[in-house]
Design a protein around this ligand. Structure first.
Ligand SMILES: Cc1cc2nc3c(=O)[nH]c(=O)nc-3n(C[C@H](O)[C@H](O)[C@H](O)COP(=O)(O)OP(=O)(O)OC[C@H]3O[C@@H](n4cnc5c(N)ncnc54)[C@H](O)[C@@H]3O)c2cc1C
Length: 407
């Protein structure tokens, strides 16, 4: 099938990884990305063995190495640790996912850096500033409609356009978006040596969470690349558009709807950056001086609100030339840091499926059906675990997802 072409709606975490995988396999693709460029859409992403393996499979060797070198330094303990507001450790649990690399584990990345790395070499493939509005599937080819009134045709269309996916709404209109009511604030503080010296050691573990007596929750994640980003880029992908990033600590406020703090928290989208910063101060008031003091270091310009939403796992559907990956089909709360890892996992699996079809080793729709069945079997349990009300409890280890050390 020499002219086989894959259309990808969305150039986020999963869409870019798929494009890299297809390019590596010699399969033609185009990515339609609504945003004008790779813009800020979050900070630190926890990486696990599932996401790391997918990147190894899909990226050329130099970009995989760049991802590894620009990942955070290996933490003392690769665990999710919980502290009380006075800084005392209450418990810790392993992250979920398949076993990590014992020598140089997958740790965490700066989201925009990972996306910039995944865009290297795809300049001729990504169409920025292009919004997908819908599609037609005549059984032989798929036509995707774009917001400028034009369209493009291909053999397969992949919905990699996130939780609000227009493709999913057309393909599977019954899938519901669940508004959990929980909200949060994303912020970062520059991680200087002086600041680091004041912080409890546990904040340098895989991920740390502090729960205040009124239900205010702050989660902390260090990002300190293994090698300075500019130096790693110069060594591994000279000239690539990957911006330097100074070390930081992500300090995210979790506003659980059903908590005293949550009930008193005003509309985050109507507040100024200064008011949001004050809310962080209120959340941490009376906490251990280092934890409360850290809030003073937050960069006002880094603060933005997020609403926690997810999808319901849906019943199996009949495979067509239109398929889905990542948040478009299994958006989940961030409780296990597994959404991006799952999107990457899907991208690698779909690359394998489509390559099988292109090589003539399986009929296209069978390959897609197999990909979708495996994705439902592997990722829907992760979605269910992430949506479980006990997801933030240290003694909650979901039974049907891999947990290193247990499996
Ligand atoms: C607070 C928070 C913390 C998180 N932390 C982690 C973590 O530590 N680890 C982890 O694994 N996951 C984490 N996640 C989840 C992770 O962010 C997502 O699961 C992941 O980004 C999904 O990748 P995706 O490619 O499916 O979607 P996205 O990365 O959201 O990409 C979708 C892309 O599609 C584009 N798009 C949308 N509509 C259109 C359209 N109509 N036409 C063209 N383009 C379109 C968007 O601009 C975007 O670039 C977190 C999520 C949240 C909310």
């Amino acid at each position: 099938m020499p002219s086989f072409r894959v259309l990808i709606a969305g150039g986020g975490i999963g869409g870019l990884c798929l494009a890299q995988g297809l390019r590596k396999a010699g399969v033609d693709c185009t990515v339609f990305e609504r945003a004008p460029d790779i813009v800020r859409s979050g900070y630190r992403l926890h990486m696990n063995g599932a996401g790391g393996r997918a990147l190894k499979e899909c990226l050329p060797e130099n970009l995989y190495e760049l991802y590894m070198q620009t990942s955070r330094t290996t933490p003392r303990r690769e665990v999710f640790v919980q502290l009380d507001h006075l800084g005392n450790e209450l418990g810790a649990r392993p992250h979920i996912g398949p076993p990590n690399d014992p020598v140089r584990p997958h740790t965490a990345v700066n989201r925009r850096t990972l996306r910039q790395i995944m865009a290297v070499g795809l300049e001729d493939v990504i169409r920025f500033g292009t919004t997908v509005t819908g599609y037609e599937d005549d059984g032989d080819r798929v036509r995707v409609h774009l917001d400028d009134g034009s369209s493009a045709t291909g053999d397969v269309l992949v919905a990699a356009d996130g939780i609000n996916s227009v493709i999913r709404r057309q393909l599977l209109p019954g899938v519901k978006i669940v508004e959990t009511g929980d909200r949060g604030l994303y912020t970062t503080a520059p991680l200087t040596d002086d600041l680091a010296a004041t912080l409890p050691e546990a904040l340098f573990d895989g991920f740390a969470q502090v729960l205040g007596p009124d239900g205010a929750m702050i989660v902390y994640g260090v990002f300190q690349p293994r090698r300075p980003i500019a130096e790693a880029v110069a060594g591994l992908a000279p000239g690539a558009r990957v911006d330097p990033v100074d070390p930081y600590i992500m300090v995210n406020l979790g506003v659980v709807a059903d908590s005293p703090f949550g009930r008193e928290t005003p509309d985050l989208w109507q507040a100024s950056a200064g008011e949001l910063h004050d809310l962080m101060r209120r959340a941490s008031s009376g906490w251990h001086p280092a934890l409360a003091g850290l809030v003073e270091h937050i960069d006002d310009s880094s603060i933005f609100p997020v609403a926690v939403r997810r999808l319901e796992p849906t019943d199996p559907w009949t495979a067509t030339r239109v398929t889905l990956l990542g948040d478009a089909i299994h958006a989940m709360p961030p409780s296990f840091g597994a959404g991006a890892n799952s999107a990457l996992r899907d991208a690698a699996a779909l690359t394998r499926a489509l390559t099988t079809a292109v090589d003539g080793r399986a009929p296209l729709l069978s390959a897609i059906a197999e990909y979708e069945a495996e994705m439902r079997a592997e990722v829907f349990p992760v979605l269910r675990a992430s949506a479980d009300p006990r997801a933030y409890d240290m003694d909650f280890t979901p039974v049907d997802v891999p947990v290193p050390g247990r499996d």
